[in-house]
Every structure is written in C-alpha cells, then in structure tokens.
Design a protein around this ligand. Structure first.
Ligand code: GCU
Length: 436
C-alpha cells in the first residue's frame, strides 16, 4: 500500500476546517455507529504483557522494558517519531506586566525561537501568574485553538498574526485574527479563577507550531526537519501534526525550566478535543508533565479505537490526513490489527495522575470508550503502587470518580466548561498537595 503523504484536494481542507467551526452534529457522516449493541467484540492488547509474551509483574520491568516498548508502538503506528529539543532553542521575553488583570496577575509574553533563528519558526507563550505568590507557583498549560488573545479580553495580549481558520463570527477574517477575536474563547479559560486558586496558566496558539490543515506543515516546525524537506514525503513513522503540537508543549516546559516563578515539577497539562489527543501524547512522551488532562479527546485520544463507536480510525485519517503518522492509515477499518489501543496511551502517563473527561452529548468522541481506556489503564497504576480509577463501572453523569486516574462525564456538549475546570483544579490541589 502506498502510504506516502497524499496531496488532498481542497474539499478535504475545507471539510476539516468546517469540522472545527460548525456544531459537531453537522460534521458527523451518515453511517456513524452510535448503537452500543453494534460495537464489535474485541480483545485489547494487554499493557502488562511484554513483547516476548512474558507478564510484567514488577514496577522495575514496567519502567525499564514495557513502558519503552509501548512508547515505541505509538511512535511506529500512530503518532510517529518526534525529534528532541533543538540545540539552538532560545527564548526572548517580549513583555512583562506586573500589574495585569486589574492588579491580580503578572502577565508575561515570551517568544520561543524554535531553531534559534529570529526569522525561523517560533511560538508565542502567554503566561499569567498570580500576583500574590510565595515562591514558584504550580501551573496549568494548554494549547489554544484561536490565538493567545482569544483566551481573555485583556488588551495587553499581543494579537496573533499567524494563519487562522476563517471564522467571521469569532473575528477571523482572511485567515487573520482581528481585534474582534479578542476573548472569543474566554469561556474555556477561566483565568481569574485559576489565578485565585494559586495556579499560573500558560498557553500557546497551536497554529504557531503547525497550522491545522493538510499542507500546514509547510508553514510549521515540521518543515525544518529533513524528512519534510523532501516535499512532504514523510516516512511512514514520521511525526504528524499531533506529534508536532505535542513537541511544542515540551518546548514550553523547556522554557519553564528557566523561569524561577514557575514550579516546573507541578505542571498540569490540559487539552480539549484534538488538543486533548495532543496532551495525552505529549504527557506520554515527556515525563516532566506532572498531571495530564484529556478533555473530550475522543478518537486518537482517550477513546478506544476498537469500539468503532462515533469517530473511527478510518474517518479521522480521512478528514485529518495530517494528524497522525502515515502508518496509522494501515488500520483504517482494521483496528484489530493495531498492536496497541488508547488505554496504553493513558498507561504511559502512569504513575503520574491523569484525568479523562467526557461530555454526555459528545457521542462522536465515544464517552464510554474514553472511560474504558481509563479503566484498562488501571492495572498499570496498581502495579506501580497507585490507586488508579477505583471503580469498575462507568459513573453516572456529573459524578466524578477516581484517585490517580480521574474520570467524569458531565451533562452537555463537546466543550470545556467551568464544571470541567472545577474538577481539574481540585484534582491538581489533591495531587500537588495543595490541601484546602
Ligand atoms: C472533529 C474531529 C475530532 C476532534 C474535534 C476537535 O470533531 O473529528 O477528532 O477531536 O474535531 O478537535 O474539535
């Protein structure tokens, strides 16, 4: 099968653009399975059986052998291999305001020059820190969909100048953000609440790392690596866009290591939807992330591939041919052949705390499949001496469960809400030992 990167016709780009801007219900093709009785019978690969068939019975074997084996499976078959930290990575402070948000916050804006070249690829990091802090603060980190300036109406946030998906309603015209887009996604980013709880918040526009369309790699970080220089003829296990976005998140951690106001050992990584898939992959690879949170991440995120419920591997690879490595396309309508499933991605976060959240009306993301991933990662947590999920049945809506693995399904649609944040903040309080 020829898995070389295909040049997808314009309608694919337009279709994927639509998926992110129209209500999800409109984006779901006819024939999607939403019937639990039509979920095929399947057997999940066991995260605690080594490639040589022997069981993993102690934490040391997990860490030295099984964890690296599983990581490699995800690199080879799903997200592709990513490079490490670039030798010349540099950070430049653009602005610091010690009295932002009516004196409640410190606002910092940092440019990460990803190859060290001021004319090369860069990403802009926006950071808010609580003004009253004794020492380094724990922080949440998450990529955003519509530019740093979309998370809050704060006029001090630099307006993104990067490529954006057109969305007149949200103030994006001719692929450019306008002043009208300031604060357009603020409902998903309760900045004041986060600060009041004693946390910092850092965010980056995901399009800074790579614009989200099939040919977007040409304008992003993947263009500077050798494989891409051969005009997008990516190797079958080269990183896709999710790999690139996840790589960018690790570069933010590189920055945190240089900032004494941020506690690099207490970073909670959060992502919604495609950026939830990205958070899980970033957190799986980079053990510096202290907590990993997947909000409605669905197919290619927390949801089990083998369930064939809502979005499928074939569907996601068709709508978003650039997200995963080329090898992932081998599993279109062929999920049973995958040597992994998404519970093993969650297991890669172990023993660090992980939170999986679903929404009742977000059937496209298969809430039950998201829960079952968390459940099937549980044995790995227990082997590592942690209480994992602590329940065997999917909880009722609005009833969070779990200890080191957190899970909830809330009422409502595909979104990040205050309800979600309240539980993420409490989860972080518990695990970062910030008893109230
Ligand atoms: C589409 C896509 C999902 C994705 C979502 C999003 O619905 O099919 O896989 O999670 O967009 O990122 O908003």
């Amino acid at each position: 099968m020829n898995l070389a990167a295909c040049h997808f016709p314009l309608f694919v780009i337009t279709f994927s653009a639509l998926l992110a801007t129209v209500p999800i219900a409109n984006a779901q093709p006819a024939g999607t399975n939403y019937d639990e009785s039509k979920v095929p019978k399947f057997t999940l690969p066991d995260p605690l059986i080594l490639a040589n068939g022997k069981p993993v019975t102690d934490a040391a074997t997990w860490t030295s052998t099984r964890r690296p084996e599983i990581l490699k499976l995800f690199q080879s078959h799903e997200y592709g291999k990513s490079p490490g930290r670039p030798a010349n990575l540099r950070f430049e402070t653009r602005s610091v305001d010690n009295s932002a948000l009516e004196g409640k916050a410190v606002r910092k804006q940092i440019s990460a020059l990803l190859t060290g070249d001021p004319n090369g690829p860069r990403m802009e990091i926006l950071i808010y820190l609580p003004k009253q802090a004794n020492g380094p603060v724990p922080a949440f980190l998450g990529l955003n969909f519509s530019g740093n300036h979309s998370i809050h109406s704060d006029p001090g946030i630099r307006l993104s100048t990067r490529w954006m998906r057109p969305n007149a309603e949200a103030g994006i015209v001719n692929n450019q953000a306008t002043e009208a887009s300031r604060g357009s996604s603020s409902s998903r980013w309760p900045v004041e609440k986060i600060l009041a709880r004693g946390y910092g918040l850092a965010t980056v526009y995901y399009g800074d790392i790579e614009p989200d369309f099939a040919e977007g790699w040409k304008m992003g970080i993947r263009s500077v690596y050798p494989s891409a220089k051969q005009d997008g003829d990516f190797a079958a296990d080269d990183w896709g866009a999710i790999g690139a976005w996840a790589w960018g998140l690790s570069r933010v951690l590189d920055y945190f290591e240089t900032d004494t106001r941020i506690d690099q050992n207490r970073i909670a990584l959060l992502g919604h939807s495609r950026l939830g898939k990205t958070s899980l992959w970033a957190g799986a690879q980079d053990e510096r992330f202290g907590i990993v949170i997947s909000n409605n991440s669905g197919c290619g995120g927390a949801a089990l591939n083998r369930r064939h419920f809502g979005e499928t591997v074939q569907r996601i690879n068709t709508s978003f041919p650039h997200w995963f490595c080329q090898n992932f396309k081998l599993y279109n309508e062929n999920e049973d052949a995958l040597p992994l499933d998404q519970h093993m991605l969650i297991a890669l976060v172990a023993p660090r705390p992980v939170y999986v959240a679903s929404a009742e009306e977000d059937q496209w993301a298969d809430p039950r499949g998201e829960f079952l991933s968390a459940l099937n990662a549980d044995p790995v947590y227990r082997l590592l001496g942690k209480e994992g999920l602590g329940v065997g049945e999917m909880p009722r809506v609005n009833t969070p469960v779990g200890t080191t693995i957190g899970y909830h399904i809330r009422t409502g649609k595909h979104d990040v809400t205050d309800y979600d944040w309240d539980h993420y903040l409490s989860f972080a309080d518990r695990h970062f030992e910030r008893a109230k």
